[in-house]
Design a binder for this molecule. Structure first.
Ligand SMILES: *Cc1c(COP(=O)(O)O)cnc(C)c1O
Length: 366
């Protein structure tokens, strides 16, 4: 008997290349797209180690926990790093980036997270991209949490290294990821004696042994199950229409934000301005004296299936994450999350107007 996950034929090089082309189309990019055989942290780390070294001066923008990690990698590579940290309840502006570049003209690398699922904010990459391009720095972008939820356009925005993963808004697998690489970025890597070579982290290996050879021979056996899942998930986005998928995420975010306010009980959007709030996930702030982790635990006890989580690390006390992405970017998931939160608030002795919350969500969804 055949099994859906087992007894698969090996994935051919031509099939692998066609999946890369499909991902490139999703990003509207002419750049080389390399699909990496691991979770998104693989290309995120690989791209930094390939381009940064002791001669690099980096502007590292911190709008959430991932920015922190990128700064650590850059320092580990020997780069001089200027951190630009903004409060997690806002987004960074192109003007702030422009000021930092003017203050340190030697900056030749800028790292930025597009949307942060962990903090719920999203940054204006199009505007930032033109400032970075004008300065001439290489532009590295983590678009893992934005792709599928909002436009991600590396070519139009001048992004040199754009990393995506399928496990958030794309509703796909976590085990493979991709990075689009500009000519400028390849040149920088080739000139970097510290870039990983003959290594699982190496992007240059894929350039030299896969792309430059006309994509005829794979470096090693690909993760075929994850590759097929990635293909299926891009196919589903194409069939549904990327605009429809993105608008479902934007509506889920707007409905969650307004629905939480209508619910009451002291819950508030964590990100102050709606324009700075990511379509992929909505973060909420608990009222003083109410521990977010405990509230989420109560909500999950009321309905174990809902995509709710407490914030990570120090945010665990005050932040609730409503992860309305992928298959959960639906009215049903948003209603269920607010109902579970309403039950948890009531159990904590706070008032919650569930009818008003449901009405608000229904109105926004139209
Ligand atoms: C989710 C996410 C990733 C991938 O991390 P996982 O914890 O493995 O899902 C990378 N960057 C950002 C900004 C993310 O939101």
């Amino acid at each position: 008997m055949t099994h859906p996950f087992l007894d698969l034929a090996p994935l051919s090089a031509a099939h692998f290349a066609s999946i890369e082309d499909r991902v490139a189309r999703l990003l509207s990019t002419e750049q080389d797209v390399v699909i990496m055989q691991g979770e998104a942290l693989l290309p995120l780390e690989g791209a930094i180690r390939a381009t940064a070294g002791p001669g690099t001066t980096a502007l590292n923008v911190i709008t959430g926990p991932y920015g922190q990690t990128f700064g650590d990698w850059l320092r580990d590579c020997g780069a001089t790093v200027y951190d630009l940290a903004v409060p997690f309840h806002t987004a960074v502006t192109a003007a702030q980036i422009g000021e930092a570049l003017a203050e340190h003209p030697e900056i030749d690398f800028v790292s930025l997270v597009h949307a942060e699922a962990a903090t719920g904010n999203t940054n204006p990459v199009a505007e930032i991209g033109s400032v970075v391009r004008e300065h001439g720095a290489l532009f590295y972008l983590d678009a893992v949490a934005s792709v599928g939820a909002e436009p991600v356009l590396p070519d139009a925005w001048g992004v040199d290294l754009c990393v995506i993963g399928a496990q958030k808004a794309m509703g796909g697998p976590a085990g493979v990821s991709a990075v689009s690489v500009s000519e400028r970025a390849w040149t920088r890597m080739a000139a970097n004696p510290h870039a990983p070579r003959r290594s699982y982290l190496s992007l240059l290996d894929w350039k030299e042994r896969w792309i430059d050879g006309g994509r005829k021979t794979l470096l090693h056996a690909p993760a075929q199950l994850e590759m097929l899942a990635l293909e299926a998930c891009v196919e589903r986005i194409e069939a549904t229409g990327p605009e429809t998928v993105m608008s479902r995420h934007a509506t889920a975010a707007a409905a969650t934000r307004a629905g939480a306010l209508a619910l009451g009980g002291g819950l508030e959007p964590y990100v102050y301005e709606a324009v700075d709030a990511a379509p992929v996930a909505t973060t909420l702030r608990t009222p003083a004296g109410i521990n977010a982790s405990e509230l989420v635990a109560k909500a999950l006890a009321a309905d174990p299936g809902v995509p709710l989580a407490a914030g990570g690390g120090t945010l665990a006390k005050e932040m609730i994450r409503v992860n309305h992405y992928g298959p959960d970017a639906t009215p049903g998931a948003v209603h269920a999350c607010l109902a579970a939160l309403g039950a948890a608030l009531a159990e904590s002795g706070l008032s919650a107007d569930l009818a008003a919350a449901h009405r608000t969500v229904t109105e926004i969804w139209g």
